[in-house]
Design a protein around this ligand. Structure first.
Ligand code: HEM
Length: 125
């Protein structure tokens, strides 16, 4: 059985992660629920942080750790009110970004549950 990391390395790669995250942030910027939560003046920075994190977590690329240290994702999301609606919208936008950038069914099959688990863990209300 291949692991999540092996499937992503073989089927998506760094370029695929970057394209997916860019498509995700194009959607976030115009989203009525999530858009206002993100720093309008630093959407490029936000995009870079998520792409760096995913290349770190899924491909072992150390850049995120050099720049940001330990991810501490739950703590870093505490300033934002994240309930079921925000969690579900985040997932909707990420699934749409995967479809837009042609992420394969095989990669989606492992990435969607991964994102769903992390997104649910970020709920703080
Ligand atoms: C559940 C719904 C979620 C909401 C509403 C949300 C919202 C946000 C917001 C507003 C930020 C600050 C933007 C910035 O970097 O300046 C952020 C940062 C971040 N989010 Fe989320 N997020 C969610 C789920 C997730 C998930 C599922 C992941 C990972 C799979 C994730 C990974 C990150 C990372 C890596 C950062 C940057 C952390 C850092 O400062 O280094 N988020 N998120």
């Amino acid at each position: 059985m291949e692991t999540l990391e092996q499937i992503v390395a073989r089927g998506l790669g760094a370029d695929g992660i970057n394209a997916m995250v860019a498509a995700f942030y194009r959607r976030v910027a115009g989203d009525d629920l999530l858009g206002p939560m993100y720093p309008a003046e630093d959407m490029e920075g936000a995009e870079e942080r998520l792409a760096d994190f995913l290349r770190f977590r899924l491909l072992g690329d150390p850049v995120y750790q050099f720049k940001r240290g330990h991810p501490r994702l739950r703590m870093r999301h505490m300033p934002f009110a994240i309930g079921e609606a925000e969690r579900d919208r985040w997932m909707d936008l990420m699934v749409a970004a995967m479809e837009e950038t042609g992420v394969s069914a095989e990669v989606k099959e492992v990435l969607v549950p991964f994102f769903a688990q992390v997104a649910d863990f970020m709920r703080n209300r």
